[in-house]
Design a protein around this ligand. Sequence first.
Ligand SMILES: Cc1cc2nc3c(=O)[nH]c(=O)nc-3n(C[C@H](O)[C@H](O)[C@H](O)COP(=O)(O)O)c2cc1C
Ligand SMILES: CCCCCCC(=O)C(=O)O
Length: 388
Amino acid sequence: MHFGNRVQFELYRRFKKAKYPVRYEELVDKARDVLEEGPFYYVEGGAGAEDTGRANRRAFQKWQIVPRMLRDVSKRDFRVQLFGQTYDYPLLLAPVGVQSIIHPEGELGAAKAAAELCVPFVASTASTHSLEKIARVMGDAPRWFQLYWSRDQDVAASLLERAERAGYAAIVVTLDTPMMAWRENDINQGYLPFLLGEGIGNYLSDPAFRAKLSKPPETDLEEAILYWAQIFGNESLTWDDLPFLRKHTRLPILLKGILHPGDAELALKHGIDGIIVSNHGGRQVDGAIAVLDALGPVVDAVKGRIPVLMDSGIRRGADMIKALALGASAVLVGRPYVFGLALGGQDGVRHVVRNLLADFNLTMALAGFSSLADLNRSILVKADQLFL
Ligand SMILES: Cc1cc2nc3c(=O)[nH]c(=O)nc-3n(C[C@H](O)[C@H](O)[C@H](O)COP(=O)(O)O)c2cc1C
Ligand SMILES: CCCCCCC(=O)C(=O)O
């Protein structure tokens, strides 16, 4: 996809009568109008006082890009190589569970939009639709699978094996959510979609999970939900458990939720293939460090030995540039595409992701950068530092 004046003018013409807002903040407002309170606040909200959610955004504002001029940016190539595969842009759709509470298409709509744009889709363990069904609607398009490492090791092993069989190219193991955080909105609303049977599609279709039930979940959903609640996470896991993952998959393994450089070193020591610096979009540890502040120290610890990705708070092209300049190989985006889904299913997700790519492409060009290799810390200044 090439973005230049011609494409941009076309965008302006179309957006005159577009049904989706361009600005993230307006997207959230419109999603609030169309969603019921429970699902809206489940997606939009964070843990505790939501200080970390706000800190994520503030951390982006602390850095400023210093554009360069007269650098022939007419030919731009923002391809990135990750685990032997080449992607057009350093952007992935973050794993987001229970998308059926947002739109009837759920993950299938988001996955199809990702496939259309060739943006890798990270399917969540907590998806409403099974990982096989998501894979089917994506054809050959790139996809990764996110694992919630169940207390039931048979289920964890089965999910890993199913993902490999269904053509997923990497496994993202989320470490920061062995249990749900203190989420005040959801507690106030008494809203937890899983207890309504949402977001457990991967378990209901899993032979290892089904084998533990006394009756098929089609005849007794309540038993299945109760068993899911018992085995969803495992807070007793340690670094010594990581060989289990290797035993059950040949795919590259990334750890999601790393924030401390010491944990990045441990990941390397244990032969992990990649890291996603993330605080789960401020949804788990309220008061945790902003992701952009955590990124630099993790990148320094890793020293280029494995890819370091990041998410939490990416809203615009300039945010992507700052994260990449601070050493991320690629970034993931969560809530923006979910609000796109709320407004228009697949079409809404396509709109949001395409805009983010267009914004990134144009901002890169205007700042004088025609490839990802142009990005490093020297292109940024801290907002409170004297320049030159
Ligand atoms: C509604 C919702 C559900 C999520 N579900 C998952 C999940 O199933 N697995 C996971 O690893 N992360 C999950 N996340 C976290 C995202 O993968 C990602 O870390 C976060 O949304 C990034 O922040 P952003 O929303 O500010 O872009 C979820 C986030 C949201 C908003
Ligand atoms: C019982 C916890 C399930 C959480 C799965 C979805 C998720 O990650 C989120 O942030 O919400």
